[in-house]
Design a protein around this ligand. Sequence first.
Ligand SMILES: *[C@@H]1O[C@H](CO)[C@@H](O)[C@H](O)[C@H]1NC(C)=O
Ligand SMILES: *[C@@H]1O[C@H](CO)[C@@H](O)[C@H](O)[C@H]1NC(C)=O
Length: 349
Amino acid sequence: MAQIHLIHLLSLLTFFSLSTAARFPAVIVFGDSTVDPGNNNAIDTILRSNFPPYGRDFKNAVPTGRFSNGKLPTDFISEALGLQPLVPAYLDPACSIENFTKGVAFASSGAGLDNATSNLLTAMSLGEEVEYFKEYQHKLRKYVGKSRANYIVNEAVYIVSIGTNDFLSNYFTMFTGRFLQFTVDKFEDFLVSHAAEFLTNIYKLGARKILFAGLSPIGCLPVERSTNLIREGQCKTMFNEVARNFNAKLQRMIADLGIKFPGLRLIYGGVYDLFSEIINNPSRYGIENVEDGCCATGKFEVAFLCDSRHPLTCRDASKYLFWDAFHPTEKTNYLIGDVTLHLILRELI
Ligand SMILES: *[C@@H]1O[C@H](CO)[C@@H](O)[C@H](O)[C@H]1NC(C)=O
Ligand SMILES: *[C@@H]1O[C@H](CO)[C@@H](O)[C@H](O)[C@H]1NC(C)=O
């Protein structure tokens, strides 16, 4: 059953890559580690993953800086749209503007909607990501000419994935003081207003087809299960409730902004239900473990703690929902990419 399901999905991807090639000239990505292909390799931060076993399932096992054993959802989407098989990182020193005409990622692992999140985790802020987007446009105009550059910027599909760190690393850890400053409800409003500010900024810079991803059940990440002191090993239901509330507010903001700006097609990309579906029916997807990360003990290890010499690291990551204690496996990223691609093809073309 699981095999049939996957083959079905793969054939859909192939089908779409044939029929939609050239409908979108580029995939442009903003956000955090869920979509960062390695920008953090080039900045001063401890939040990196450019060493084994990260990237283990790439050809030659290249650790690119992606927080997974292989590709990210945005890579699968780019490939299925007939663009590049991997979306390059804007700060990759091996790349220049010629490598970015079909897509580029400005995302930075550890980034949040709240600047305090990015500061805490020594990531680029979303504002810095936008500054690089401006620089990119400038270079693109020089490289392909003004009218082609404008076409790429206007017709590209924009994918934004951010917000988990604002809750799990910032608000609920109490490291930044936001916990004292806001109720969780007000903090959600604060984040949504900054998401709106960001979307307005990229709209003004020419973005017209945008998918903004919501949060997953953040209380079910391995690191949250293993720090659940009330019900050991279980999801933190309160965190999941926060994610659902936040997602609902995000959806309302997205609907409002979509009406406010002429020519803007802005959609919400929900991944919450997909995660719940996999957690409830893992065998349907050939998955055996939805609780622990594959890397090391799978309970808390992320970044430099996910060490290639750890004896407990799993053999077959495709049987796991999570790769490390925080991030999905390539298998899960494929499923996210598939669901997201369907939304893009239905709503943004
Ligand atoms: C960048 O593009 C150039 C020219 O097309 C190519 O030779 C090079 O391999 C690309 N670099 C990367 C890292 O993809
Ligand atoms: C982050 O800082 C920028 C300027 O550096 C500001 O425009 C933006 O509103 C700030 N966002 C948050 C969430 O504090």
